[in-house]
Design a protein around this ligand. Structure first.
Ligand SMILES: Cc1cc2nc3c(=O)[nH]c(=O)nc-3n(C[C@H](O)[C@H](O)[C@H](O)COP(=O)(O)OP(=O)(O)OC[C@H]3O[C@@H](n4cnc5c(N)ncnc54)[C@H](O)[C@@H]3O)c2cc1C
Length: 397
């Protein structure tokens, strides 16, 4: 197996192509846009930087963010200081640098749309524009919105989120994230070098685009982010169900899905860049070892078991109640009042804390967290220590 066609030159396709070309494969990457401003926050967490240090050390323009402000539906605010920065790229820059690396490794990079893939024969046949090309193996890295899926099912509405947003000509130093009441998704403002990416994501099965747009405009007005000169965007984002992660077919005899096409996205945060890069990397590794069929098992070991675990938390996080209030609101209040809990959540948002071991850490720190929260409440409400009613603290019972 020597000739490889990669459909899609985003992070997943470019990373997979680069690794295969370095190992001596004859790789052609097809992308209808090449480096483009794909709708995205562009934020890379610590785990992405740890795995791919060139994303931090390289010369390409990027913004290093060390503070995240979380806002509850009731307007409570809490700040997280990140030990490791979130690195934010404009997607034109990020895609461009990954494609440059793929080309330097020996990939042919062609600007063209692939209209169809036939993977039934011994070799895969691709309809590229008006031409017909063959390859021994086709890597499908065409994102969430694609229909090039040999022998596997497309993502259902319940596996997708809708996103709307604006690229805004303004500057900021920190990320802002706001949660809404009874809403599975969130609003964000991500600062890049010379603009902000401000947007909203929400479950496609539960929310309409009008609803999202209304929330987004209200958020921008509240946060004093002007829409003057801003460019609107919208796109879909996988938010996989547990069943999809555990049982959707992602590899065949001469094809495999990577990145968003495989739905490798964190169902709570929407982080997909790390999983796109890592899945491209893992597929290449399995192919180089002559064991493409092992790709799903390798992904499971590396991260998809953690994503499956996250699907169990996601609904509870966005819809559940804790101590009589919304989980996100309580989380923000606890962050404000407990340094121990704040450090834990900084690791979650920064990407240093996985979901599988989160529960253990939460339980281990539970006593300290509660002591800090109660201590902070008593300090801020001296009357509490004299058993007076907790006026003004209706927030935490
Ligand atoms: C609004 C929004 C905000 C996000 N914010 C973040 C964030 O801050 N951090 C994060 O980690 N993740 C974020 N994500 C997720 C992230 O953008 C994706 O997970 C990531 O881009 C997936 O990479 P990919 O290479 O799999 O697919 P993509 O980046 O979608 O790349 C697919 C490529 O395939 C090409 N293509 C598609 N069809 C064809 C075809 N038929 N022929 C040829 N080429 C084709 C496209 O041109 C594209 O370049 C966000 C997503 C959205 C929608």
């Amino acid at each position: 197996m020597r000739e490889i066609a990669v459909v899609g030159g985003g992070p997943a396709g470019a990373m997979c192509g680069e690794r295969l070309a370095r190992a001596g494969y004859d790789v052609t990457i097809y992308d209808e846009h090449l480096a483009w401003e794909k709708p995205c926050g562009g934020g890379l967490t610590h785990k992405a930087i740890q795995a791919y240090p060139f994303l931090l050390s390289g010369p390409h323009p990027k913004k290093l963010i060390r503070t995240v402000e979380l806002i509850s539906s009731k307007g409570h605010r809490a700040h997280l200081d990140l030990e490791q920065p979130i690195v934010i790229y404009a997607r034109t820059v990020l895609n461009g640098l990954l494609l440059e690396r793929a080309e330097a490794a020996g990939c042919r990079v062609i600007r063209s749309r692939v209209n169809h893939i036939d993977a039934d024969g011994a070799r895969a046949i691709l309809a590229v524009g008006d031409a017909r090309v063959e390859a021994d193996f086709v890597v499908i890295a065409a994102g969430a919105r694609n229909s090039l899926l040999p022998s596997t099912r497309p993502l259902a509405r319940s596996d997708l989120e809708m996103t709307l947003g604006y690229f805004v000509p303004a500057q900021a130093e920190g990320i802002r994230v706001k949660f809404l009441r009874r809403f599975e998704g969130y609003l964000w403002s991500f600062p890049r070098c010379d603009h902000l990416s401000v947007g909203i994501c929400g479950s496609m099965a539960r929310h309409t685009s009008q609803e999202l747009r209304r929330h987004l405009h209200a958020f921008m007005a509240e946060e004093k982010i002007s829409r003057d000169g801003a460019t609107f965007y919208s796109h879909v984002l996988p938010s996989p169900q547990r069943q999809t992660l555990s049982s959707r077919r992602v590899v065949g005899r001469n094809w495999a899905l990577v990145g968003d096409a495989a739905a490798w996205v964190d169902p709570i945060t929407g982080e997909g860049l790390y999983y796109a890069l890592r899945s491209g990397d893992l597929l290449a590794e399995a192919m180089i070892a002559g064991k493409a069929a092992e790709y799903p098992a390798r992904v499971r070991k590396a991260f998809s078991a953690d994503l499956e675990f996250a699907t169990r938390i996601a609904r509870r996080f966005y819809r559940g109640r804790f101590l009589g209030g919304a989980v996100a609101t309580r989380m923000i209040q606890f962050i404000e009042r407990s340094p121990t809990f704040r450090a834990l959540m900084a690791d979650v948002f920064g990407g240093a804390q996985d979901y599988c071991s989160l529960k253990r850490r939460l339980w281990a720190q539970c006593g300290t967290t509660l002591t800090e929260v109660v201590g902070s409440l008593v300090k801020s409400q001296p009357s509490l220590s004299k058993s007076a009613p907790a006026a003004g603290t209706e927030n935490i019972p």
